[in-house]
Design a protein around this ligand. Sequence first.
Ligand code: HEC
Length: 152
Amino acid sequence: MKIQHLISALLVFSLLIIALPLQADEKEDAITYRVRVMKGIGSNMGSIGDILKGKVPHKNIMVNYAKSMNESAQTVATIFKLDTSSSKKNTRAKKEIWAKWDDFEKKSNDLIAASANFVTAAESGDMKKIGAAMKELGGTCGSCHKAYRVKK
Ligand code: HEC
């Protein structure tokens, strides 16, 4: 009987030794992943900005970047859901994200709505609408970053 207890204790112990680093890896992978997706959103924003500033003459394809951003925006809540606050590596995410999850999710919904609105504006080709939609869209980035991203 005693030897059986010892064996199961050893089993649990070895499982823990295997599982703990896996858990740490899971968080680091989630951080790397979400930062990459956010950079993609930033990249779409940059492409749209260059077009709006007239640096490149691609107004007719601006809507592609807008749609791409809206697709990524729809994934933000999902990719931030895992609480990584115990992992401080390569992340600017504040732990408040998971303490105030409903508000973070609301802000990610604001991004979805504003980027969808920007798609409609871009499709209209109306520069007044595009300008207003861009301002609203930029506001949703700033509002979430201010609350939930550590300043550089
Ligand atoms: C719902 C909240 C939220 C919204 C909305 C949001 N972001 Fe972020 N973003 C974050 C958080 C949090 C991080 C930090 C992630 C990390 O480091 O783990 C981040 C990181 C980034 C990064 C990665 C590089 C860096 O400096 O950390 C870029 C680029 C970025 N965001 C751009 C944007 C742009 C552009 C928009 C709007 C179109 C936007 N974000 C909207 C929360 C948000």
